[in-house]
Every structure is written in structure tokens, then in C-alpha cells.
Design a protein around this ligand. Structure first.
Ligand SMILES: [Zn+2]
Length: 302
């Protein structure tokens, strides 16, 4: 009797091992989503992205719906875990009740890695949803770089970077490729310029200037986001992380010289190539990114 129990136990253990084996062989797919607001379907004006306005409730709902389409696309591609980092303004735009029930939300600010908080080497892919073009782009909804009132441009190693490039280099530091960018036509063009032709772009609107756009119908935009994410994740094995060459030379151009004054006075080791520009070199990209954010935070608004 006792012997047969042992035998049954052994058989049970064996069957558990056999059942577990295929799951262990399947590589885990963890997807990180950074979601901004200016490039969300339907958004054309700052009132739709700023708490305290009549239109904000609609803007944050559209944001959740675009990101939920991306989550659906990731799950359809076999994602085991999807982390969504709210990356706009207060970073409390997505009502957790409105997010897809299978996604994990990172909410609030400040965060050490800002729009990229939560990324680490355990992720296989990164998606940028609702992104926008860099400061100074024509025909681009709410174009800016990190801070509209402070930053005229950011260059790294001589290349002027939109937020998508600065953030893709953070993902790249952790070995994670950015495989999809959604937003207006301008940010889609800049995504290809910076990241190369392999990145999947989903254009949900085409701007006529800074504050008006022709919109893809909302349901169609979300269908395109979902399909684009599934498509991008299907070829994730071939995607390369975006990496710049060390050392990293950062140049920060401000709108006015008073904004450069504070960094020049308070932060040691900076260069000031001209009255409105501060520059520095970092051996570690993340360290350089932190210095960049500090210099932006120190500057008085125009
Ligand atoms: Zn934003």
C-alpha cells in the first residue's frame, strides 16, 4: 500500500515535469510601454492634455484607449507581462480603473528615469504610444522636447533628439529595443530617422500646423495600434537596441540665456558654447540623462 503511494507520487511528479517542460521552453515576452499624450488619437490641443480643463477628461480617456489597444496587441503576440508607464505631465493621466486589466501601471512623478521608469533588462521590447515630434518641428501636434517652456533643442553626440531618441537610448542602455512608435505623421518620420527603417510606426493623425490635424477615425486608429504592436512583436528577435557611442556629449539649447544661467552657476564642469547653450560629456548615458534633466529642472520658465 505504502509502496504504491510512493509509485503514484513518482508518476505524479513525472507528469508535472512533462507538463511544465513546454512552458519553460517558451521564452518569456515582457513588454514595456511608455505612453505620452500629445500623440494620442484625437489630441490636437494643450487643453486636452492639461488637468483642470473641460476637455482633459476626454483626453485621458483617449490615452487609456490607445494604450489598451497596444496592450491587446501585445497580448495577442503572446506577451506574458505588460508594464505601462504614464509619461505625460503629472504622469497621473491614466485612471487605473480604465487600464486593461492585464497591464501593470506605473503612475505619478517624479521618477528617476521619468518617461522610462520601470524599464530593465528583463524586457524584450519597448513601445512608445502617443509620442510627439521634437521642439521646432513644423506641422507637428504640440511639438516640444521634455519642457516646452525651457528647451529649444537637445543634442546627443551632435544629433538633435526628439524624446523618442533620448528615451530609446535609455532602453538601449538596458539592451531593450524600441519596436513601435505611435503618434502624428511628424513623429513617425522622426522615429524612422532616429531608430531606422525597422521600427513600426502607427500614424493616428496628420497635423496642419501645431494645433490642428486630420484624425484617423478613433476605432480605426486603435485597430491600427493593436495590429502594429502584434506585427512589431512578431519580429522582436531581429530588433536591435538603439545605442549611441560613448562618451556621450549632451548639448542643451534653452530659449533664453537666463535659463542657461542657473545651470552654469550651480553645476560644476559644464561648458557654455554660447549664451543659451550648456554642454557636458558623460561616460554613462543614464548619468548624462540625469544631468540633462537637472539642467532643465533648474531653469526658470520663460
Ligand atoms: Zn507629453
Amino acid at each position: 500500500m505504502r509502496r504504491s503511494v510512493v509509485m503514484l507520487g513518482a508518476i505524479a511528479t513525472l507528469s508535472v515535469c512533462l507538463a511544465a517542460a513546454p512552458a519553460q521552453q517558451k521564452p518569456k515576452l515582457k513588454v514595456f510601454i511608455s505612453v505620452d499624450m500629445e500623440g494620442i488619437s484625437g489630441i490636437v490641443h494643450g487643453d486636452q492634455t492639461s488637468p483642470g480643463t473641460a476637455e482633459y477628461a476626454a483626453g485621458r480617456k483617449w490615452m487609456a484607449q490607445d494604450v489598451n489597444a497596444a496592450v491587446e496587441g501585445a497580448l495577442a503576440a503572446g506577451a506574458d507581462e505588460v508594464v505601462v508607464n504614464d509619461s505625460h505631465g503629472s504622469m497621473r493621466n491614466i485612471d487605473p480603473d480604465d487600464l486593461h486589466p492585464k497591464a501593470i501601471l506605473i503612475s505619478g512623478t517624479p521618477k528617476p528615469l521619468s518617461m522610462m521608469q520601470g524599464i530593465d533588462p528583463s524586457f524584450q521590447a519597448c513601445l512608445f504610444i502617443g509620442y510627439h515630434a521634437k521642439a521646432g518641428t513644423e506641422n507637428a501636434i504640440l511639438d516640444h522636447t521634455i519642457s516646452g517652456s525651457v528647451v529649444r533643442f537637445v543634442k546627443v553626440n551632435g544629433i538633435e533628439m526628439p524624446e523618442l531618441g533620448l528615451n530609446a537610448a535609455i532602453a538601449g542602455s538596458f539592451g531593450v529595443p524600441v519596436v513601435l512608435v505611435s503618434g502624428d505623421a511628424a513623429v513617425c518620420r522622426q522615429a524612422v530617422d532616429v531608430l531606422g527603417r525597422d521600427v513600426v510606426t502607427v500614424q493616428v493623425k496628420e497635423a496642419y500646423g501645431r494645433l490642428a490635424a486630420k484624425l484617423v477615425p478613433m476605432a480605426e486608429a486603435r485597430r491600427m495600434i493593436k495590429a502594429g504592436v502584434t506585427d512589431a512583436l512578431a519580429k522582436v528577435g531581429r530588433a536591435k537596441p538603439f545605442k549611441l557611442a560613448a562618451p556621450y556629449r549632451f548639448e542643451l539649447g534653452y530659449h533664453v540665456s537666463a535659463q542657461a544661467d542657473m545651470g552654469a552657476m550651480l553645476v560644476p564642469g559644464l561648458e557654455r558654447p554660447d549664451a543659451r547653450t550648456l554642454a557636458f560629456t558623460a561616460d554613462d548615458y543614464i548619468a548624462g540623462f540625469r544631468t540633462l534633466r537637472a539642467l532643465i529642472s533648474l531653469a526658470p520658465a520663460r
